[in-house]
Design a protein around this ligand. Structure first.
Ligand code: AMP
Ligand code: GLY
Length: 418
């Protein structure tokens, strides 16, 4: 079976690597891919007619969608009736990620544990300011639409919240739709499952590190590293998450009859009163994918196909033992401005038992050079978390490019709290 993967980051490299355990690597194409992903084809993942033409010419039978934008824009609906399977929800199901207001209303309707929230649309600034003052500014303000992680303002105090409100209007317009949520606190965990809209099979739970600097400080990024499984995860917590979040969501998906063969990502905060859902995504997380696919022992292609042919309930998920840690090597200056085009050295020095998934890289004159903010993901596996952290950083130190930046504390809070 020939497969096309849409996207260009570390997540798509990991998908290509994992699917190559099921079919020959030569049968997997990544559109547009990057400098390190085999069979990268320079077709934009939003150019649906070009993707369709490529799939027809190459006899592609399955399209796996990496990022959210093509799903929210309706790539699955676009291929309907073409005979090509697209793994990812229809445009309607993708609203769970595409509109934060839609997602919150869905959570409220189906009893999914989540923070209190208030919806604002149109000329509602005075009401929003009143709400902020009432909550003492301990709020999270979220722009309704897709914003690549930038439309969320986590605020401490009235002044900060009022400034955030002003900024949101400046960024997204005076009539932007947005939410104000009660601010929660606790550890975060990413729970990611594959679903046919009825059953769901979970990958290993993982944790992302969204902030730029050590100690979870600095601006939010697309993710600076991830690890799995968190040592605090256990069957009791799993039961709580299933009851509070996953099961009510699955009931909602069935009741709404969304056409949903794809991934549901639950971004969960473990609060003093139990797990609460912060957000849905309708695709694999990045950088979580770079650890949870290596941690998956069972066959990924079989899992995806089971979501289409009604056999998901028979699929048994198996995991590898031990821990997986991913460090993102970024361009200095990211997430703001940074220089591209630096040559990357040392990739050939990385041990054969570690993995490197490319994100922002390209090929130039036979060399691999930087071309994005998040450049590489270095992943190691070990039986003990502390040992795995040591191992992955040892590999990171072998890779060099000008102004390389990475966090030095990925997964370390977990071992300090043990
Ligand atoms: P989201 O894109 O909705 O997941 O929000 C991005 C990040 O903002 C999350 O990973 C959390 O760290 C934080 N966040 C979102 N909602 C809340 C909330 N209600 N309380 C506290 N933090 C939140
Ligand atoms: N790692 C968070 C995300 O993919 O949205």
């Amino acid at each position: 079976m020939k497969i096309a993967i849409l996207g260009s980051g570390g997540r798509e490299h990991a998908l290509s690597w994992k699917l190559a355990q099921s079919v020959p690597q030569d049968d997997i194409f990544v559109l547009p891919g990057n400098g390190g992903i085999p069979n990268s084809v320079p077709i934009d993942s939003m150019d649906f007619p070009a993707i369709r033409q490529f799939c027809q010419e190459r006899d592609i039978e399955l399209v796996v969608v990496g990022p959210e934008a093509p799903l929210v824009a309706g790539v699955t609906d676009y291929f309907a009736g073409s005979g090509i399977k697209v793994f990812g929800p229809s445009k309607q199901g993708a609203m769970l990620e595409g509109s934060k207001i839609f997602a919150k209303q869905f959570m409220a309707q189906y009893g999914v544990a989540t923070s209190n929230f208030w919806i604002f649309e149109g000329d509602s600034d005075a009401a929003a300011r009143d709400r902020i003052r009432e909550l003492g500014g301990e709020v999270v303000i979220k722009y309704d639409g897709l914003a690549a992680g930038k439309g969320v303002y986590v605020c401490s105090g009235e002044d900060e919240a009022l400034t955030a409100l002003h900024d949101l209007h400046k960024q997204y317009g005076a009539d932007a739709r947005f939410l104000i949520e009660e601010k929660l606190s606790g550890a975060e965990i990413s729970i990611i499952g594959f679903t046919d809209g009825k059953d769901i099979r979970m990958l290993m739970p993982s944790q992302d590190h969204k902030q730029l600097n050590d100690g979870d400080t600095g601006p939010n990024t697309g993710g600076m590293g991830a690890y799995c499984p968190p040592t605090f995860y256990n069957t009791d917590l799993m039961t709580q998450i299933m009851d509070a979040v996953v099961t009510p969501t699955m009931n909602g998906l069935q009741k709404e009859r969304f056409d949903f063969n794809g991934v549901v990502y639950f971004g969960i905060m473990l609060t003093a009163t139990g797990p609460q859902l912060l957000e849905y995504n309708v695709r694999l997380g990045d950088p979580e994918t770079e650890v949870i696919l290596p941690a998956m022992k069972s066959d990924l292609l079989r899992l995806i196909l089971a979501c289409f042919d009604g056999t998901l309930s028979n699929y048994e998920m198996e995991y590898h033992d031990g821990y997986f840690v991913d460090i993102v090597l970024a361009s200095g200056g990211y997430p703001k401005s940074y220089v591209k085009g630096y040559e990357i050295h040392g990739l050939d020095q990385v041990s054969s038992d570690a993995m490197v998934f490319h994100a922002g890289t390209t090929r130039k004159d036979g060399n691999i050079v930087t071309s994005g903010g998040r450049v590489l993901n270095v992943v190691a596996h070990g039986s003990d978390l502390a040992e795995t952290i040591g191992k992955v950083y040892q590999e990171c130190r072998k890779i060099h490019f000008t102004d390389v930046y990475y966090r030095t504390d990925i997964a370390k809070r977990d071992i300090m709290e043990q």
